[in-house]
Design a protein around this ligand. Structure first.
Ligand code: PMP
Length: 416
């Protein structure tokens, strides 16, 4: 264990990496900031901040329409970012990459543009009880509009998906399986290859909510063979307001537009229009140009570190944290999947997560408390909320030591 830790400490040198993230170098309530809220959003390296400044200082213009230098540069920056995204997730073509505001918008796009066209009354959509509300509500809205039926894979005490009876809930009315790749509450990495294979055997498409996986794991959409994949830039070093929908080309070609407006048309008459080619058909209006360029810079940064190194380092951090946290009396950790990422949800004694996170904030530690937009999980475990610590590659073993120390202090403070 020690040798393993040493080796990945050499490939991911968190102490050195932290110099690239100015925000991490500050005190909160007089204590050095320990940022453990990466599941909600990640911090931005200088390279990303500079890419945004450089764009606004030198190249700012609208994309695609202008025949002038600045517009050409802006278009080039925007479209280069699309190519970087495609390469990063192993997509065959950059045309399969649609820029959106984030995971939420990407899933809403599929529910509206694909769902309205292909889902009818009595059709079934399979979800899981582990989903973030982003991958529930769009399907509820669609089901209500169409009279479709939502079916759920349940979760086990371990915070994994319960596959008992999975094949029997698939029917010839099943139109889609929409599932999270990695849980934002338990950290569970779901066996999506198996789900996709079983679904495809029956001709059912699969949508992956990859908000928590793309930032932390190497992803290859061709290898996974998923039909749709949604993720957010801000959870992987990029600005807020930029995200991605990847889809198989034939799916995109067959879908109707999501929103109408500039850029997404080919020809317009008084009463009808024809559509631009993909991906532009799904990108109505002026996009978040700087955001896309920032996402491209974030991908460059992640590639320099290497996604496999990132995964490996985060797994060591997580194992280290779990091992120490489990020794704290009255500690309840939710989720114990064999394959997991670095999001740890827990409660200690009967301390309310809001009180605990307030206490930790006073010690400079940022964690999240609440239902984590996953109320079906909270209902299942009969709790209102948890506290969640979630890591990224710039976190350190020393920060975890300090965090565990403060959890022990909290025990004394709240006297439970
Ligand atoms: N799905 C999961 C699993 C998430 O963790 C999140 C963000 N917490 C989302 C979807 C939604 O992402 P966004 O708010 O960036 O659209």
């Amino acid at each position: 264990m020690e040798t393993d830790m040493q080796s990945s400490k050499q490939t991911i040198d968190a102490a050195k990496i932290r110099r690239d993230f100015p925000v991490l170098n500050q005190q909160v309530h007089g204590k050095p900031l320990v940022y453990f809220d990466n599941g909600a959003t990640t911090q931005k390296p200088i390279a990303v901040i500079k890419a945004l400044t450089r764009y606004y200082e030198n190249d700012n213009a609208n994309v695609h329409r202008g025949i002038h230098q600045l517009s050409e540069r802006a278009t080039n920056g925007f479209e280069t970012a699309r190519k970087k995204v495609a390469a990063f997730i192993g997509a065959k073509s950059e045309r399969q990459i649609i820029f959106t505001r984030g995971t939420t918008e990407s899933i809403n796009l599929v529910a509206a543009a694909w769902g309205r066209k292909f889902v009818s009354e009595g059709d079934e959509i399979i979800l899981t009880e582990m989903e973030h509300h982003s991958n529930l509500i769009p399907w509820q809205l669609l089901a209500q509009e169409k009279g479709a039926v939502l079916k759920y894979l349940s979760i086990t005490e371990e915070g994994t998906l319960d596959f008992t009876g999975f094949e029997s809930i698939l029917s010839n009315r099943t139109k889609l399986i929409a599932v999270t790749h990695m849980s934002n509450v338990f950290g569970t990495i779901n066996p999506i290859k198996k789900i996709i294979r079983l679904a495809h055997d029956r001709g059912i498409p699969v949508l992956l909510d990859a908000a928590q996986s793309v930032p932390h794991l190497p992803i290859d959409v061709e290898h996974l063979d998923c039909d749709f994949l949604a993720f957010s830039g801000h959870k992987m070093l990029a600005p807020t307001g930029i995200g991605v929908l990847y889809a198989k080309r034939s799916r995109l070609e067959n879908m109707d537009p999501y929103q109408g407006g500039g850029e997404m048309i080919s020809s317009v008459w008084h009463d009808k229009s024809t559509w631009n080619e993909i991906p532009h058909k799904f990108e109505a209006g002026t996009p978040h140009i700087a955001g896309a360029i920032g996402l491209g810079a974030a991908i460059d940064y992640l590639n320099t570190l290497g996604m496999e190194n990132i995964t490996h380092y985060e797994q060591e951090l997580t194992t280290f944290a779990l091992d120490k946290m489990m020794r704290i009396p009255n500690m309840k950790i939710y989720g114990n999947a064999p394959e997991r990422g670095g999001a740890i949800s827990f409660n200690i004694g009967n301390v309310h997560p809001h009180d605990l996170s307030h206490f930790l904030d006073q010690q400079g530690i940022a964690v999240r408390a609440g239902h984590h937009c996953a109320q079906l999980i909270m209902r299942k475990f009969d709790i209102a909320a948890t506290t969640r610590a979630s890591f990224y590659f710039y976190n350190t073993f020393e920060e975890i030591d300090y965090f565990v120390e403060q959890l022990t202090e909290a025990q004394r403070f709240f006297d439970y």
